[in-house]
Design a protein. Sequence first.
Length: 461
Amino acid sequence: MRRGGRPLTRVRIHRDKFGFDISVIRLRGRHAGHGRNLLIHPGNPGDSGMGFMYKHGGHLSTIIGEGHHIVSFDTRGLNSSWPQVKCFQEDKGRKKSLDLWYKYIKSKEDARVLWQKARRFVKACETNMGQHGKYTNSLQIAADMEAIRKGLGQDTLNFWGLSYGGVLGHTYSVLFPDRVGRVILDGSLHPKEWFGFSAFGELGYRVTKCFESFIHRCHSNRARCPFEPLPDDDKALRAEALSFVEKIKTLKTPTVRLNSTHHGLIGRLDVWTKGIIPALGSPLKWHDLANRLASLMRGDPEEAFLAYGTYHEPPFNGPEMNDYYDLVVLNDAADGEWNSEEWNDDYRMSNIITSSFLDFHPTALIEFERFLQVTRWRNTLTNPVMWEDQPEEKPGNPILFISTGEPCVGGDPVFRRDGNEWLAIQDRAGHTSISMPSKCVALAIREFLDGRPPTSQGAFE
């Protein structure tokens, strides 16, 4: 990285009678003075800010410039912060809980197994996390951000939140409106979707729209599109590809045996959760996705197997697969309507699962497992500020919303034209502005952080 060292600071945060260590990392800007810090959250609740800085710090400094120190952190209980969030004390128990990810629900018995596993997961969290578990939530993370602000010696907090990080930025602006500095919400989920747990229902729709855009882009560049034979209509190609993926049960790959560990099977959920979904958020990955999917459809599973096969431990190396992500979802959603007794009747839930989700979109099916966990979770903490469309007190400074224009408009639904917020739409596909580099976005961010209205508001390349 072209900036100087990475000084690491540990901040001690106290919550009631419990203490949490929050690890904070700062990458110094060459021309940044005292108080010129920008706190960044990378996205998913399970994403490490420390790892994000080590991996993408150089790219972030190119976007932001040398006028700010870049700061990030591991949220309470994650990675280098303490105590660790672990519902399962051993990996063996965690993997056993995730076995169902490799199954496609086809019967009432499968549906009941899903329900039973959700109950066991919640019980494991309650048993192993104790009182620490209920403090792993977005409200407490926002309070930790306030503690980081104080530790940095700033009067206000400058913050850039990507995806779920935008929910944290919104939460902070509601809890501490007089401490809001320059806040950027980039590809943010709508707070009502997140805290009301309706995001899982939207996920299938958004993934479908992203997949449509992916197929359209490939079909429009016929010379480089690897699908053969290529239909005349992109809708026909999309239907053909979706039909193929949906029909995959298990593709056997006996010829792929690089060593004792690199051999096995590739199935429907492997293709979705390790291949299609992670790639759709970043158009830079679409070329590889097209080649692997086209090879699968031609009957050659080797390349896809090497990328997505079952020897990659379940189901893919991403934040959605750790206990931290699930526990934040449980705590954030548990203050809603999902804790009523009607959701805790085993017979009723089995019928709901069977009737509504046997042929459900695979992405929503994954989130539905979390929905079942939420219905079993008991949390006495409340979240009174997130259910209103408008905070009672406006933040002291403007907020910049950044959204990609298509195929799914992340951030735009959160934007409200109340005279204290600006909206910049990047007219490209992808999730968050850093998924596709843009000089215009970088300029808008720099101008905003310097206290100037972005010269380019609205849609731009």
